[in-house]
Design a binder for this molecule. Structure first.
Ligand code: AMP
Length: 281
């Protein structure tokens, strides 16, 4: 496994892959099974696998956790080598954003709901760094997690709008045995918060069972999630949503029979903000 830190080095190794297919998994590091599942999927579908590790400052607001975001590069490299990754790109901030850097990539509509409402500069940071990484890596396929449902929708839109010549593959959310979605940020949770954090998945399941029973009223589905979340005293709800999975617009009243549903939420445990979602078709 090669590890490179500059764009020139990356391009030199990448040129050696010629016309071989390249699967790309962008990450912010501090890897877990969720990341590794993306890598494994990329491994089965491509001749070469490239991962990147970059904690992108542009997708954090000044009040967020950039400086304390967990990092452990040695452990990450060990895990990536164990999955037969060919090439890891680990750029510095200066490589990605030199002092005269001036360009932002911005997707307008699907960034306005859900996470984008609460984190207004977040998706510009994401699309800017992912566009740059796509131009550097030149992948055949790029792999993202359903865990960040809106991110996948936003990136698909960017790829369509800007004609990136690659396929976006969205992989299922990997969960702990008690249902908590794996996340690098779970490390911040105290023991009690970690126990309480299972309430996100429970809330999604409570709405799912109502949906499976035939209820299509979005208010009832949101109320079911809220009721479950309110049983956990350590949980402070930022938002809960029952939205159209394509437009991400909130459903009001009855959900049309032929439409899908994205249930999603953000919940604080102390300073730690957790997100989770469930896609129902
Ligand atoms: P991050 O390092 O948090 O930026 O995540 C890198 C990629 O891994 C993103 O596409 C995430 O959606 C994906 N990811 C993170 N957690 C999970 C998970 N629990 N299951 C599946 N994919 C995940």
């Amino acid at each position: 496994m090669k590890i490179v830190t500059t764009i020139a080095e990356f391009r030199q190794v990448r040129r050696g892959y010629g016309f071989e297919s390249v699967g790309f998994v962008p990450t912010m590091g501090y890897l877990h099974e969720g990341h590794l599942e993306l890598i494994r999927r990329a491994r089965t579908e491509n001749e070469r696998v490239v991962a990147s590790i970059f904690v992108n400052p542009k997708q954090f607001s000044p009040t967020e956790d950039l400086s304390r975001y967990p990092r452990d590069l040695d452990r990450d490299f060990h895990m990536l080598a164990g999955e037969n990754v060919d090439l890891v790109f680990v750029p510095s901030n200066e490589v990605m954003y030199p002092p005269d850097y001036q360009t932002t990539v911005s997707v307008s509509r699907v960034t306005q709901a859900l996470e984008g409402l609460r984190r207004p500069t977040h998706f510009d940071g994401v699309t800017t760094v992912v566009a740059k990484l796509f131009n550097i890596v030149q992948p055949s396929r790029a792999y993202f997690g359903q865990k960040d449902a809106q991110q996948s929708v936003v990136i698909r839109q960017m790829v369509r709008d800007l004609n990136f010549d690659l396929e976006i593959v969205v992989c299922p959310t990997v969960r702990e045995s008690d249902g908590l979605a794996m996340s690098s940020r779970n490390k911040y949770l105290t023991e009690d918060e970690r126990k309480g954090a299972t309430v996100l998945y429970k809330a999604l399941q409570s709405a799912k069972s109502i949906w499976d029973g035939g209820t299509r009223n979005s208010g009832i589905l949101r109320a079911a999630m809220m009721e479950t979340l309110s049983e956990e005293l350590l949980a402070r709800v930022d938002y809960i949503s029952a939205a159209d999975p394509v437009t991400l617009e909130e459903w009001h009243g009855e959900i049309p029979r032929d439409s899908g549903l994205l249930l999603s939420m953000a919940v604080f445990f102390g300073q730690t903000r957790l997100i989770d979602n469930l896609l129902l078709e």
